[in-house]
Design a protein around this ligand. Structure first.
Ligand code: UD1
Ligand code: CA
Length: 456
């Protein structure tokens, strides 16, 4: 089978009442991505060029959030059951296609599991994904005959007490030829406990017409777990994070506690990266060789160069950090921050749209925004770039080797020439030529013979 004749239909029209939310269920996140997005991404990973999403409840929101050139949305205006849902897609299947049926609220099935299932489909067999659960709850049960062959699926609400003891359940995921679905789906009836058109009834139809049912099972049960409420969402979030943590450890990362690690985007790592507890990663994050993160760091869309140390409680977003820098503890690097090699950003320092030259240090209690800073600069504690006049933003330009004394306000636009020095407590409003000293503060007066006040 080639990918070109794999059609994938994703059922996502249900309401998700138990989430008790205004957001359609399939838009709730796991790992920072909507459930449905995970399913669509798996469909893409299989190389399918026909992905059909059945939408109903919250269709407008779902279509807006997931819109992409390679996805086709199909409306199911009334939710009359899973069989009825797939039926809506029948006109869109290619005649000789294998159709893989997925669920928008079952986000974490591995692509390999799905590929194995789709690959078993022939003109004489359909593929069914089942799993054995110690506590099978309200899932549909798999009925097998004396030879162990699958004969039918019975929904929990329609099952006898004896059938409810069966541990093998229907994950809902199956694959069959489009031509067979076209034959069977119109024959479904809704004469059952829920008055719905059950997709599961096609299994018995297939058996009766002499077809084989090929069963596949996932490597881990969580792969086929669906989300119906917030508890299940939280449980799958932990599973998803554990899976990512495992992948990182396989790549050689040290995670001090894989249970206290959260990646809600894509994290790329070099060799010998160490991540202490409570690291949270969003968007695209790159940690090059030997990066060390202390506890409680939040990183979003950033590149951290080799050997850089990020101390506890730092927040880094939209920043490019070169090799061997030191950041934090309690540093905040905002979008547009660029640190050249060996730069240091210390505690309670905020940077924004600032490029900090090689080896420059901003070690304590500062705000550096809209700034270009050269190499070898030392910024004293409590220095603020005053970049905003209440209406417009202005830039500060600091040359190589500048030394700024503590508690200085640099009122932008302003330029500090190379090797310039600023006396502590200055308010700098004019440019400073290269190598000059600027002092801009009230002159000290000492008053001789001054008497301290006394208590009356
Ligand atoms: C279904 C299966 C059950 C299986 C279980 C696995 C049937 C009849 N039953 O039951 O055997 O164990 O999944 O989770 O198929 N949906 C639509 N349109 C509809 C109805 C459902 O799009 O008209 C979507 C829902 O949004 C959901 C999925 O299909 O994503 C499953 O529907 P749901 O009603 O949850 O099926 P179950 O009763 O759980
Ligand atoms: Ca369900």
């Amino acid at each position: 089978m080639t990918a070109s004749d794999l059609d994938i239909v994703i059922l996502a029209a249900g309401k998700g009442t138990r989430m008790r939310s205004n957001l359609p269920k399939v838009l709730h996140p796991v790992g920072g991505r909507p459930l449905l997005q995970h399913v669509v991404d798996s469909a893409r990973a299989l190389g399918s060029d026909r992905i059909l999403v059945i939408v109903g409840h919250g269709a407008e929101q779902v279509e807006k959030r997931l819109a992409a050139d390679d996805i086709q949305f199909v409306a199911q205006t009334e939710q009359l059951g899973t069989g009825h849902a797939v039926q809506q897609a029948l006109p869109h299947f290619r005649d000789d296609a294998t159709v893989l049926i997925l669920y928008g609220d079952v986000p974490l099935t591995r692509a390999e599991t799905l590929r194995d299932l789709a690959d078993t489909v022939t003109d004489k067999t359909i593929g069914l994904l089942t799993v054995n659960l110690p506590d099978p709850g309200a899932y549909g049960r798999i009925l097998r005959n004396g030879q162990g062959q699958v004969e039918a699926i019975v929904e929990y609400k329609d099952a006898t007490d004896e059938q409810r003891k069966i541990n093998e359940i229907n994950t809902g995921i199956m694959a069959a030829k489009a031509s067979h679905l076209r034959e069977w789906l119109p024959q479904l009836s809704n004469d059952n406990a829920q008055g719905e058109y059950y997709l599961t009834d096609i299994i018995a139809m297939a058996c009766q017409s002499g077809m084989g049912i090929h069963v596949a099972q996932p490597a881990e049960a969580e792969e086929v777990e669906g989300i119906n409420n917030r508890q299940q969402q939280a449980a799958l979030e932990r599973y998803y994070q554990r899976r990512q943590a495992d992948e990182l450890m396989v790549q050689g990362v040290t995670l001090l506690d894989p249970a206290r690690f959260d990646c809600r985007g894509r994290l790329s790592v070099g060799r010998d990266v160490v991540i202490d507890v409570n690291g949270v990663f969003e968007g695209d994050v790159v940690l090059e060789d030997g990066v060390h993160l202390e506890p409680n760091c939040y990183l979003k869309d950033c590149v951290i160069g080799a050997g850089t140390q990020i101390k506890a409680n730092s927040v880094i977003e939209g920043a490019q950090v070169a090799a061997n820098c030191a950041i934090g503890p309690f540093a905040r690097l905002r979008p547009g921050t660029q640190l050249a090699e060996g730069a240091k950003i210390g505690n309670f320092v905020e940077t924004k749209k600032a490029s900090i030259g090689a080896g420059s240090k901003v070690n304590h209690l500062s705000y550096i925004g809209d700034t270009t800073m050269g190499a070898g600069v030392n910024i004293g504690a409590g220095t603020i770039t005053c970049n905003y006049d209440g209406v417009n933003k202005f830039r500060t330009d600091i040359g190589d080797g500048v030394f700024v004394g503590s508690n200085t306000a640099l009122v932008a636009p302003v330029k500090l020439g190379k090797e310039a020095t600023v006396g502590a407590g200055s308010v700098i409003t004019r440019d400073i030529p290269d190598a000059e000293l600027a002092v801009a503060r009230g002159k000290q007066r000492n008053i001789q013979g001054w008497q301290r006040p006394t208590k009356k």
